[in-house]
Write a protein that binds this ligand. Structure first.
Ligand SMILES: [Zn+2]
Length: 275
Protein backbone atom coordinates (compact mmCIF):
# COMPACT_ATOMS: atom_id res chain seq x y z
CA UNK A 1 0.00 0.00 0.00
CA UNK A 2 1.25 3.50 -0.79
CA UNK A 3 2.01 5.88 2.05
CA UNK A 4 -0.68 8.46 1.36
CA UNK A 5 -3.50 5.88 1.26
CA UNK A 6 -2.15 4.28 4.44
CA UNK A 7 -2.12 7.65 6.23
CA UNK A 8 -5.73 8.29 5.28
CA UNK A 9 -6.91 4.82 6.33
CA UNK A 10 -5.08 4.84 9.69
CA UNK A 11 -6.75 8.16 10.59
CA UNK A 12 -10.17 6.78 9.58
CA UNK A 13 -9.73 3.52 11.53
CA UNK A 14 -8.53 5.52 14.55
CA UNK A 15 -11.75 7.56 14.46
CA UNK A 16 -13.84 4.36 14.26
CA UNK A 17 -11.95 2.75 17.16
CA UNK A 18 -12.54 5.86 19.25
CA UNK A 19 -16.21 6.27 18.28
CA UNK A 20 -16.90 2.63 19.09
CA UNK A 21 -15.17 2.97 22.51
CA UNK A 22 -12.48 0.44 21.66
CA UNK A 23 -10.08 3.05 23.04
CA UNK A 24 -10.30 6.10 25.31
CA UNK A 25 -7.81 8.87 26.01
CA UNK A 26 -4.55 8.05 24.20
CA UNK A 27 -5.04 4.24 24.37
CA UNK A 28 -4.35 1.86 21.53
CA UNK A 29 -2.36 2.04 18.34
CA UNK A 30 -2.56 1.21 14.66
CA UNK A 31 0.20 0.52 12.16
CA UNK A 32 0.64 -0.39 8.50
CA UNK A 33 3.63 -2.05 6.84
CA UNK A 34 4.20 -0.10 3.64
CA UNK A 35 5.29 -1.69 0.35
CA UNK A 36 8.90 -0.62 0.95
CA UNK A 37 8.96 -2.28 4.41
CA UNK A 38 8.75 0.92 6.49
CA UNK A 39 6.17 1.03 9.29
CA UNK A 40 3.64 3.85 9.47
CA UNK A 41 2.25 4.06 13.01
CA UNK A 42 0.02 6.14 15.24
CA UNK A 43 1.89 8.72 17.34
CA UNK A 44 2.49 8.43 21.07
CA UNK A 45 0.18 10.14 23.57
CA UNK A 46 -2.48 11.10 21.04
CA UNK A 47 -6.19 10.27 21.00
CA UNK A 48 -6.97 7.92 18.12
CA UNK A 49 -10.10 9.98 17.51
CA UNK A 50 -8.16 13.19 16.81
CA UNK A 51 -5.20 12.23 14.66
CA UNK A 52 -4.23 13.99 11.45
CA UNK A 53 -2.56 12.37 8.45
CA UNK A 54 0.68 14.27 9.04
CA UNK A 55 0.85 13.39 12.77
CA UNK A 56 1.77 9.74 12.09
CA UNK A 57 5.22 8.29 12.82
CA UNK A 58 7.46 6.37 10.41
CA UNK A 59 9.91 3.70 11.61
CA UNK A 60 11.93 0.83 10.21
CA UNK A 61 11.18 -2.81 11.09
CA UNK A 62 13.33 -2.47 14.23
CA UNK A 63 11.23 0.47 15.41
CA UNK A 64 13.92 3.12 14.75
CA UNK A 65 12.35 6.50 14.08
CA UNK A 66 12.68 7.73 10.50
CA UNK A 67 11.26 11.16 11.30
CA UNK A 68 12.51 12.00 14.82
CA UNK A 69 9.95 14.73 15.51
CA UNK A 70 7.10 12.16 15.30
CA UNK A 71 7.48 9.41 17.89
CA UNK A 72 5.55 6.14 17.56
CA UNK A 73 3.78 4.54 20.50
CA UNK A 74 5.95 2.64 22.98
CA UNK A 75 3.65 -0.32 22.29
CA UNK A 76 4.97 -0.54 18.72
CA UNK A 77 7.07 -3.57 19.76
CA UNK A 78 4.01 -5.84 19.63
CA UNK A 79 3.29 -4.68 16.06
CA UNK A 80 6.90 -5.33 15.01
CA UNK A 81 6.77 -8.84 16.51
CA UNK A 82 3.64 -9.60 14.46
CA UNK A 83 5.22 -8.27 11.23
CA UNK A 84 8.32 -10.38 11.81
CA UNK A 85 6.34 -13.57 12.55
CA UNK A 86 3.74 -13.07 9.81
CA UNK A 87 4.94 -11.95 6.35
CA UNK A 88 1.30 -12.00 5.17
CA UNK A 89 0.30 -9.32 7.71
CA UNK A 90 0.42 -5.66 6.63
CA UNK A 91 -1.62 -3.97 9.37
CA UNK A 92 -2.12 -4.24 13.14
CA UNK A 93 -4.79 -2.70 15.42
CA UNK A 94 -4.36 -2.71 19.19
CA UNK A 95 -7.13 -1.50 21.50
CA UNK A 96 -8.84 -2.02 24.85
CA UNK A 97 -12.41 -2.84 23.73
CA UNK A 98 -14.52 -3.27 26.88
CA UNK A 99 -16.02 -6.73 26.31
CA UNK A 100 -12.90 -8.30 24.84
CA UNK A 101 -10.82 -6.70 27.58
CA UNK A 102 -13.27 -8.09 30.17
CA UNK A 103 -12.33 -11.58 28.96
CA UNK A 104 -8.65 -10.60 29.18
CA UNK A 105 -8.95 -9.39 32.78
CA UNK A 106 -11.06 -12.40 33.77
CA UNK A 107 -8.29 -14.67 32.46
CA UNK A 108 -10.45 -16.11 29.67
CA UNK A 109 -9.80 -16.76 25.99
CA UNK A 110 -12.55 -16.20 23.41
CA UNK A 111 -12.56 -19.80 22.30
CA UNK A 112 -16.02 -21.31 22.63
CA UNK A 113 -17.72 -22.62 19.45
CA UNK A 114 -20.86 -20.53 19.81
CA UNK A 115 -21.10 -18.45 16.62
CA UNK A 116 -20.84 -20.01 13.16
CA UNK A 117 -19.52 -16.90 11.42
CA UNK A 118 -16.76 -16.43 13.96
CA UNK A 119 -15.49 -19.96 13.29
CA UNK A 120 -15.61 -19.10 9.56
CA UNK A 121 -13.81 -15.77 9.62
CA UNK A 122 -11.73 -15.40 12.78
CA UNK A 123 -11.36 -18.68 14.66
CA UNK A 124 -10.30 -18.67 18.29
CA UNK A 125 -8.75 -15.75 20.15
CA UNK A 126 -6.29 -17.08 22.74
CA UNK A 127 -5.12 -15.30 25.86
CA UNK A 128 -1.43 -14.41 26.09
CA UNK A 129 -0.09 -14.35 29.62
CA UNK A 130 0.41 -10.99 31.25
CA UNK A 131 3.52 -9.06 30.35
CA UNK A 132 4.35 -5.45 31.18
CA UNK A 133 3.31 -3.27 28.22
CA UNK A 134 6.17 -1.93 26.07
CA UNK A 135 8.62 -4.59 27.33
CA UNK A 136 9.96 -7.92 26.02
CA UNK A 137 7.79 -9.68 28.62
CA UNK A 138 4.71 -8.87 26.59
CA UNK A 139 6.13 -9.76 23.18
CA UNK A 140 7.56 -13.05 24.52
CA UNK A 141 4.13 -14.01 25.91
CA UNK A 142 2.53 -13.26 22.54
CA UNK A 143 5.17 -14.80 20.27
CA UNK A 144 4.04 -18.48 20.34
CA UNK A 145 0.44 -17.50 19.51
CA UNK A 146 1.00 -15.08 16.61
CA UNK A 147 1.55 -17.59 13.79
CA UNK A 148 -1.76 -19.46 13.88
CA UNK A 149 -4.13 -16.79 15.19
CA UNK A 150 -5.39 -13.52 13.71
CA UNK A 151 -6.22 -11.81 16.99
CA UNK A 152 -5.00 -12.19 20.56
CA UNK A 153 -6.07 -11.14 24.02
CA UNK A 154 -3.39 -9.95 26.41
CA UNK A 155 -4.10 -10.77 30.03
CA UNK A 156 -5.02 -7.73 32.16
CA UNK A 157 -4.49 -5.45 29.19
CA UNK A 158 -6.53 -5.65 25.96
CA UNK A 159 -6.67 -7.03 22.45
CA UNK A 160 -4.74 -6.97 19.19
CA UNK A 161 -5.89 -8.01 15.71
CA UNK A 162 -4.03 -8.06 12.41
CA UNK A 163 -4.52 -8.77 8.74
CA UNK A 164 -3.57 -8.19 5.13
CA UNK A 165 -4.65 -4.54 5.34
CA UNK A 166 -5.88 -2.09 7.96
CA UNK A 167 -9.54 -2.82 7.25
CA UNK A 168 -9.11 -6.56 7.73
CA UNK A 169 -7.25 -5.90 10.99
CA UNK A 170 -10.04 -3.57 12.17
CA UNK A 171 -12.79 -5.99 11.07
CA UNK A 172 -11.13 -8.76 13.08
CA UNK A 173 -10.92 -6.49 16.13
CA UNK A 174 -14.60 -5.69 15.69
CA UNK A 175 -15.53 -9.40 15.40
CA UNK A 176 -13.50 -10.13 18.55
CA UNK A 177 -15.34 -7.43 20.50
CA UNK A 178 -18.77 -8.39 19.16
CA UNK A 179 -18.19 -12.06 20.00
CA UNK A 180 -17.10 -11.21 23.53
CA UNK A 181 -20.19 -9.04 23.99
CA UNK A 182 -22.54 -11.79 22.78
CA UNK A 183 -20.81 -14.38 24.99
CA UNK A 184 -21.26 -12.15 28.04
CA UNK A 185 -24.94 -11.48 27.21
CA UNK A 186 -25.59 -15.20 26.62
CA UNK A 187 -24.12 -15.94 30.02
CA UNK A 188 -26.68 -13.59 31.58
CA UNK A 189 -29.41 -15.63 29.83
CA UNK A 190 -28.18 -18.89 31.34
CA UNK A 191 -25.15 -19.70 29.16
CA UNK A 192 -24.29 -20.12 25.48
CA UNK A 193 -24.80 -23.47 23.79
CA UNK A 194 -21.80 -24.82 21.91
CA UNK A 195 -22.08 -25.91 18.29
CA UNK A 196 -21.67 -29.70 18.06
CA UNK A 197 -18.40 -31.18 16.67
CA UNK A 198 -19.88 -32.19 13.29
CA UNK A 199 -21.13 -28.63 12.67
CA UNK A 200 -17.67 -27.29 13.56
CA UNK A 201 -16.08 -29.70 11.05
CA UNK A 202 -18.42 -28.48 8.31
CA UNK A 203 -17.63 -24.83 9.09
CA UNK A 204 -13.88 -25.49 8.95
CA UNK A 205 -14.35 -27.19 5.58
CA UNK A 206 -16.34 -24.18 4.29
CA UNK A 207 -13.80 -21.61 5.54
CA UNK A 208 -10.89 -23.39 3.90
CA UNK A 209 -12.68 -23.85 0.58
CA UNK A 210 -13.82 -20.22 0.58
CA UNK A 211 -10.32 -19.06 1.52
CA UNK A 212 -11.44 -17.23 4.69
CA UNK A 213 -8.80 -18.98 6.79
CA UNK A 214 -6.13 -21.47 5.75
CA UNK A 215 -4.99 -24.72 7.37
CA UNK A 216 -2.88 -22.85 9.94
CA UNK A 217 -6.10 -22.04 11.78
CA UNK A 218 -6.59 -25.76 12.44
CA UNK A 219 -3.64 -25.46 14.84
CA UNK A 220 -5.25 -22.69 16.91
CA UNK A 221 -5.58 -23.02 20.66
CA UNK A 222 -9.28 -23.93 20.62
CA UNK A 223 -10.24 -26.60 23.16
CA UNK A 224 -13.23 -27.59 21.05
CA UNK A 225 -11.07 -28.76 18.11
CA UNK A 226 -10.09 -31.79 20.21
CA UNK A 227 -13.69 -33.01 20.02
CA UNK A 228 -13.60 -32.95 16.19
CA UNK A 229 -11.75 -34.98 13.55
CA UNK A 230 -9.95 -31.82 12.40
CA UNK A 231 -6.19 -32.35 12.39
CA UNK A 232 -3.44 -29.74 12.54
CA UNK A 233 -1.08 -30.14 9.54
CA UNK A 234 2.03 -29.40 11.63
CA UNK A 235 0.97 -32.03 14.16
CA UNK A 236 0.85 -29.88 17.27
CA UNK A 237 -1.89 -27.48 18.29
CA UNK A 238 -1.04 -24.32 20.15
CA UNK A 239 -1.56 -24.40 23.88
CA UNK A 240 -2.61 -21.16 25.50
CA UNK A 241 -2.87 -20.39 29.19
CA UNK A 242 -6.67 -20.20 29.24
CA UNK A 243 -8.17 -20.20 32.72
CA UNK A 244 -11.79 -21.07 32.15
CA UNK A 245 -12.38 -21.10 35.88
CA UNK A 246 -11.80 -17.35 36.27
CA UNK A 247 -10.73 -17.82 39.85
CA UNK A 248 -12.81 -20.78 41.00
CA UNK A 249 -11.64 -23.90 39.16
CA UNK A 250 -8.29 -25.67 38.81
CA UNK A 251 -5.92 -25.32 41.73
CA UNK A 252 -2.28 -26.31 41.89
CA UNK A 253 -2.93 -29.00 44.54
CA UNK A 254 -4.73 -31.15 41.93
CA UNK A 255 -8.19 -30.43 43.31
CA UNK A 256 -10.77 -28.70 41.20
CA UNK A 257 -13.88 -26.84 42.21
CA UNK A 258 -16.85 -26.05 39.98
CA UNK A 259 -19.74 -23.69 40.31
CA UNK A 260 -23.23 -25.23 40.33
CA UNK A 261 -23.73 -23.97 36.77
CA UNK A 262 -20.48 -25.53 35.56
CA UNK A 263 -21.29 -28.87 37.21
CA UNK A 264 -24.73 -28.97 35.55
CA UNK A 265 -23.14 -28.15 32.19
CA UNK A 266 -20.56 -30.92 32.63
CA UNK A 267 -23.18 -33.50 33.60
CA UNK A 268 -25.49 -32.57 30.76
CA UNK A 269 -22.61 -32.77 28.29
CA UNK A 270 -21.82 -36.28 29.59
CA UNK A 271 -25.47 -37.26 29.31
CA UNK A 272 -25.62 -35.97 25.72
CA UNK A 273 -22.45 -37.88 24.82
CA UNK A 274 -23.83 -41.11 26.34
CA UNK A 275 -27.02 -40.94 24.27
ZN1 LIG B 1 -2.57 -1.19 25.28
Amino acid sequence: MDEQTARREIVRVGQLMYERSYVVSSDGNISVRLDDGRILATPTQTSKGRMTEDSLALTDLEGRALNPDRRASSELAMHLLIYRERPDVHAVCHAHPPHGSAFAVAGLAIDQPILSEVILTLGCVPLAEYGTPSTDELTEAMRPLVKNHNALLMANHGAVAYGADVWQAFDRLETLEHTAKIAILARALGGARDLPPDSIEKLIDVRERAGYLDERARCQACGYLHQTRVTCPTGERDAAPTRRDAGSGAASNGKISLTREELIELLSQAARAAR
